[in-house]
Design a protein around this ligand. Structure first.
Ligand code: IYR
Length: 221
């Protein structure tokens, strides 16, 4: 493919004071993000979901192939099908398929095979990774860095939803192939996660867990 034409970068230069204030404000916002498992059924307007998905789709991707599809579900019948299929898998997972070590690692979260949030939360965003694409003549096009690209986009999605005052849960029923059929996606796409979106239930509680301090997650040389 020929090189694309280039344009001037649309860039805003900040003063150091502005930069620091914004960096700290964003950190303080993101620190308050928590994974929520207790959702209310309060509706969330589609416009908020659209804005967050459009933000996610600004993520960088391998060769700018944008190898993702976000299936946004609010239809109660589809949410019910997803809940039923997910709980069937999760019952086997918690009954032993996970193995002792994995179940022990999960114990602090207090999770189990019941997933009522899959029906109660107003939106489920199922993130699909496009393992390969198609050109105009239907030929397969190789996609590069697919897990990395979709992971970055999913992170932006979660940040955008949190920024809009919404609660999220990244839910990964295993295995989750059933999502391909329920969401009507092609075999070229792999379901990666369900981002459950809504408002927290009144009185919602979250596990008292902490984040690693900076000196345990960053190295400066
Ligand atoms: N998919 C299961 C188990 C689970 C696994 C991990 I790793 C988590 O961080 C949380 C849950 C479930 O959703 O219960």
């Amino acid at each position: 493919m020929a090189e694309a034409p280039h344009l001037p970068l649309d860039h805003v230069t900040l003063t150091m004071a502005e930069a620091l204030a914004r960096a700290e404000a964003f950190q303080s916002l993101m620190r308050r993000r928590r994974t929520v498992r207790d959702f209310s059924d309060q509706p969330v307007p589609r416009a908020l979901i659209e804005a967050a998905v459009a933000t996610a789709a600004t993520a960088p991707s391998g060769a700018n192939q944008q190898p993702w599809c976000f299936v946004c579900l609010s239809d109660p019948a589809l949410k019910r099908r997803i809940r039923e299929a997910a709980e069937a898998e999760e019952r086997e997972f918690y009954a032993g398929r996970a193995g002792e070590a994995w179940l022990q690692a999960l114990a602090p979260l207090g999770t189990d095979a019941e997933k009522p949030f899959l029906e109660r939360a107003p939106w489920l965003i199922v993130v699909f990774a496009q393992r390969w694409g198609e050109d105009a003549s239907g030929q397969r096009v190789k996609h590069y860095y697919v897990p990395e690209s979709v992971g970055i986009a999913s992170g932006l999605l979660i940040a955008a939803l949190h920024n809009a005052g919404l609660a999220t849960l990244t839910h990964t029923p295993a295995p989750m192939q059933f999502l391909t059929e329920i969401c009507g996606r092609p075999e070229s796409e792999k379901p990666v996660m369900i981002v459950v979106v809504g408002h927290p239930a009144p009185g919602c509680q979250v596990p008292a867990i902490t984040r690693k301090p900076l000196d345990q997650v960053a190295v400066f040389r």
